[in-house]
Design a protein around this ligand. Structure first.
Ligand code: F6P
Length: 347
């Protein structure tokens, strides 16, 4: 039943772009249902911005989003589009908007998704609103991104399982979590699992200071098993305390394990959690946050707003200027850093 209200837009598109995240489907569902509730047409755009360029679209009804709130992934598929980075590519995308009579687009993804949306809106008369969705939780303007809670709980469940066998064998485990440029997930998961040490991309690590000393302290305290959580983008300090031949190639986690083996005489096991963290049924927090953000995105477009990002700030959800939002840098949570320092520093 459509509400009797005036809308600034008649027909909107919705797409997902970049790395997928659990909860994206809940956001897509909320956009469709909130739009239909307001009497606004919705067009699903498959495969991110490339779907707009190629006209890979379909009209969406509530039937298309039935039973997806609890599903990971995205029914709209996702893709990264180099063509859309060009003016010509965006012209083709806008041609599709014009043919379809699209007044607005809701783009669910990360910073790159929003930058593309902003470029399109600057070059063509189309309103755009972004919804932050990435398990890295590394969008500076929003304190929370869809998918983060689910990914963290997935990683925590995996690490709890690894802890059991590490305790049985009295071993050291190195667990690599996602986070190419951002250590938010590693830091949060490291606290939640009581890690011996946590290594993040934002702070290049020194083996002695950031790993060896913490393992030695744990040993002195009688511990016989150790867990090091490493973000996939974590790097050694350039002036690392050991020659490069000690650190082989391989993943960030493997590099740390190689040093632990050669310097501490332990026999570590490496687990790279990888894309397990990107799937699975979204948590309650992700379902509700995604639904709220999808609703707010439609409200923003319906009320004539454009170039906005729906963000989680100070415990609530609001919309901010997209250009301003893109200028905000992601930083690690200082409180969590302080807590981790205390938790891993105790002897
Ligand atoms: O952006 C989220 C993310 O999962 C990163 O943590 C990870 O490095 C990247 O996507 C992996 O991208 P892809 O799925 O294209 O390999």
């Amino acid at each position: 039943m459509a509400a009797e209200v005036k809308n600034a837009v008649r027909r909107i598109g919705v797409l997902t772009s970049g790395g997928d995240a659990p909860g994206m489907n809940a956001a897509v569902r909320a956009v469709v249902r909130a739009a239909i509730y307001r009497g606004i047409d919705v067009v699903g755009i498959r495969r991110g911005w490339s779907g707009l360029i190629n006209g890979d679209v379909f009209h969406m009804t509530t039937a298309d989003v039935a039973h997806i709130i609890n599903r990971g992934g995205t029914i709209l598929y996702t893709a990264r589009s180099d063509e859309f980075r060009t003016v010509e590519g965006r012209k083709l995308a806008y041609r599709t908007c014009k043919l379809l009579g699209l007044d607005g687009i809701v783009a669910i993804g990360g910073d790159g998704t929003f930058a593309g949306a902003l470029a399109l809106a600057r070059e063509h008369p189309i309103s755009v609103v972004g919804i932050p969705g990435t398990i890295d939780n590394d969008i500076g303007c929003s304190h929370y991104c869809i998918g983060y809670d689910t990914a963290a709980n997935t990683a925590i469940e995996c690490i709890d399982r690894i802890r059991d066998t590490m305790q049985s064998h009295e071993r050291c485990s190195v667990i690599e979590v996602m986070g190419h440029r951002a250590g938010n997930l590693a830091l949060y998961v490291g606290i939640a699992t009581g890690a011996t040490a946590v290594l993040v991309p934002e702070e290049p690590w020194d083996f002695d200071e950031d790993v060896a000393e913490k393992i030695r302290a744990a040993r002195l305290a009688g511990r016989t098993n150790f867990m090091v959580v490493v973000a996939e983008g974590a790097k050694r300090k350039a002036d690392g305390s050991l020659d490069n031949e000690v650190v082989g190639g391989g993943s960030a986690g493997q590099q740390v394990a190689d040093m632990i083996r050669s310097e501490l005489g332990l026999d570590p096991r490496v687990t790279v959690l990888g894309h397990i963290q990107r799937g699975g049924a979204p948590s309650a927090r992700d379902r509700v946050t995604a639904t709220r953000m999808g609703y707010f995105a439609v409200e923003a477009l319906a009320n004539g707003k454009t170039n906005r990002v729906i963000v989680h700030q100070h415990g609530g959800i609001t919309d901010i200027d997209m250009e301003e939002g893109l200028k905000m840098q992601n930083t690690l949570n200082e409180d969590e850093k302080t807590v981790l320092k205390s938790m891993t520093g105790a002897v």
